[in-house]
Write a new protein. Sequence first.
Length: 395
Amino acid sequence: MEPIEFCFFDAGGGHRAAATALEMSVRAQGLPWDVRLTNLQELLDELDILKKHAGIRIQDFYNTMLRTGWTLGSTQLMRVLQAVIRGYHRSTVRLLERHWKETQPGMVVSFVPHFNRALYESFHRAFPERPFVTVLTDVADFPEHFWIERNQQQYFVCGSKRAVAQAHERGYTDDRIFRASGMILHPRFYEAPVENRIEERKLLGLRSDLPTGLVLFGGHGSKAILEIAGRLDRSPLALQLIVICGKNDKLAAALRARKFRFPIFVEGFTTRVNYYMQLADFLIGKPGPGSLSEALAMRLPVIVERNAWTLPQERYNADWILENEVGVVLHSFRDIEKAVAQIIEPAALARYRGNTAAMKNQAVFEIPSFLNKILEQSRAEAVVNEHVVFADRLS
């Protein structure tokens, strides 16, 4: 079994989710690989200056920022983070190179931004002939040094035309770029649908005759959910809500303690997001690549917000929603009543759902074959290089 290392962070949850889902797909396809999931935060803890000086990991600070909504100025914060990463680059490369020599992977696959220069350089130093791959878990790249670094002999898996174009712009040729049909989703999103969504709604205390919105802001929730639920409660709209609060127990308790004029089901952290999506008609959330792709796979049009508080790497996603006509983009959730009224109008809802149904995201099943092709391609290149070296010695 050839060892392959999948590298992720727990910042936001989407990176681990993508790595885990792909590892499951590799096993299901019977490929002869020993896939190892590596949390980079744990490897780099000794270099985490925020942990040294404030006692909190960078990934935990990021998750707190998401949960509390402290995202204004996140672009500037990202630049500071990138400056810190550059400052610790040599130390990071040395630490990672030592790790690769210990674990001996035949290929390294990155599911994280920011660190692809250090990951590539360290692995290339340890094993120059072995392939390094970056799987973008965002719909598109953000400006320089986020996902796609220049001048690296590596491979990319991109889930959109925009990301492919960005890889081309930064000097990569077609043989280095693999186009997936979307973002990686957990295989459970491809399971058979529930037999009777109306009866399943009733089991949650919901009505069968009301448009149903799913409110979801990632695995750590968001205080924006309280505002959204409150505004819809004060509106005259006929609807009901399923609200998933993730690991935000205070938020779930506050919602359960409040009396709403319409039916509402409140869930905490769950692995059954696909189930709840099947019972809903539309999604309200942030334009994150994970929840957005999950919703579209479940044929849910989306309502998202894009403004100065939106994470910079997620702002293009809002443009993508409009380009593909799969939802509504607001400047502020203060206008949520108007957006919901627009999306639940029967003709509009049918049009939006039709557009989502036209998307056929099979990325989690496609990418293992991409990785296999990369391994074969790298082995062939290594053989050619050996022949060239041998020929040079003879001459």
